[in-house]
Write a protein that binds this ligand. Structure first.
Ligand code: AHG
Ligand code: MN
Ligand code: MN
Length: 362
């Protein structure tokens, strides 16, 4: 299709809105503000060392609430999200990986009915090595009491299961900048046309193939994996000669957002499962601004997202920065991994320590 005939993000949103004649337009304006933040971040990422954008914030002394060293671009991207989204009157509040608590919309701006939760820059360990990074966002409805009173939001207002999300998506700052979005009616991918500064619809109706021969996991954690994950990966590694009867390929980018995009484009399965590495951290990734938005996108694309035990979108959150085990991707593989978690652990009879015993796990 010639480029001029592709619809822009704005056109796409207007056409979606026409199907909901009672919609106020707030939601579309909010998505366009999020898209503007992503365009600004894409520009900063692209300038890299030329824009003095690489390295740690504050000489390496600055850590976020997760105890992780903040990169300059983590902080800059967070600011861009706040500035692009605080003024429009669509939001009751925001929350981000890079802020300890909820962000209150400054009093000089009107407040609205949505909550925006985001990871301003995912994969930030890749910034300094010029590998793809991205932003992830989730839109929830603010509780009615917040909208009615106009009061400041609290952490509890954000603790909504992923199934409550109104929209979710991510921007990927790779060889091209893309915005991938779901408003609950499938998944649409837009590519930034750098000459126009517009996102254009290039990937309508993205569907994740149900089967795959590609998996992604950080294998350096294998000694901390739980038995079902070990079993799954062992079976993949055994290839054609093993129980799966086919060879698997492996990828690990260390930017979950980029792994998610690869899986949306050609299938695959991603695992950052619960493990025993640090008992205070049940998983590496965060529920509200990493797992939930990616889970909504994946499920809207016909894939599946899970903790390994339960569907991700059903998990009742307990904290803004709560971590969780995450498995997502091609439906049949995720279902298999869930099955392995549900089954009692198989212990070979010839293992003297566990002979004739089976270990059941929750
Ligand atoms: P963030 O940069 O927002 O802190 O997230 C990084 C996450 C995720 O993108 C990636 O999959 C994972 O951390 C990488 O983990 P490893 O360091 O174990 O590879
Ligand atoms: Mn992240
Ligand atoms: Mn981040």
């Amino acid at each position: 299709m010639p480029l001029s005939q592709r619809s822009t993000l704005t056109q796409f949103l207007i056409e979606e809105r026409r199907r909901h004649p009672d919609a106020s337009g707030d939601f579309n304006a909010l998505i366009l503000d999020v898209a503007l933040a992503c365009k600004a971040i894409a520009r900063s990422v692209a300038f890299g060392a030329l824009g003095d954008m690489l390295g740690n914030h504050g000489g390496g002394d600055s850590v976020n609430v997760q105890g992780e060293t903040q990169k300059k671009l983590d902080v800059v991207s967070n600011e861009m999200f706040l500035r692009a989204n605080e003024w429009g009157g669509h939001l009751a509040g925001m929350a981000s990986e890079e802020m300890d608590g909820p962000y209150h919309i400054p009093r000089q701006f009107p407040r609205g009915k949505y909550l925006l939760v985001f990871d301003p820059l995912d994969g930030s360990s890749n910034i300094d090595v010029n590998v793809s990074v991205g932003s992830i966002f989730s839109i929830l409805r603010a509780p009615q009491a917040v909208v009615d009173s106009g009061r400041d939001v609290t952490e509890a207002d954000f603790l909504q299961a992923g199934a409550q999300q109104v929209a979710a998506g991510y921007a990927l700052y790779g060889p091209t900048t893309m915005l991938v979005l779901t408003v609950g009616t499938g998944v649409y991918g837009f590519t930034l046309d750098p000459s126009l500064g517009e996102f254009k619809l290039t990937h309508p109706h993205i569907q994740i193939p149900a089967d795959t021969q590609e998996f992604a996991i950080n294998a350096s954690n294998s000694r901390f994996w739980e038995a079902p994950v070990k079993r799954y990966v062992d079976e993949c590694l055994a290839g054609k000669a093993g129980p799966r009867g086919k060879d698997f390929n492996m990828r690990w980018i260390a930017s979950m957002v980029a792994e998610a995009h690869r899986i949306l484009m050609r299938g695959g399965v991603f695992m950052y499962p619960r493990d025993t590495k640090d008992p205070s951290k049940p998983g590496r990734l965060r529920l509200l601004y990493e797992a939930n938005p990616i889970a909504m996108v994946v499920e809207q694309a016909g894939g599946r997202a899970s903790t390994g035990r339960v569907p991700m979108l059903t998990v009742p959150p307990t904290g803004l920065h709560q971590r969780i085990g995450l498995v997502f991707g091609s439906r049949h593989e995720v279902e298999r991994i869930e099955r392995y978690h549900a089954e009692p652990v198989q212990v070979p009879d010839d293992t003297p320590l566990f002979a004739k015993r089976s270990l059941f796990r929750d």
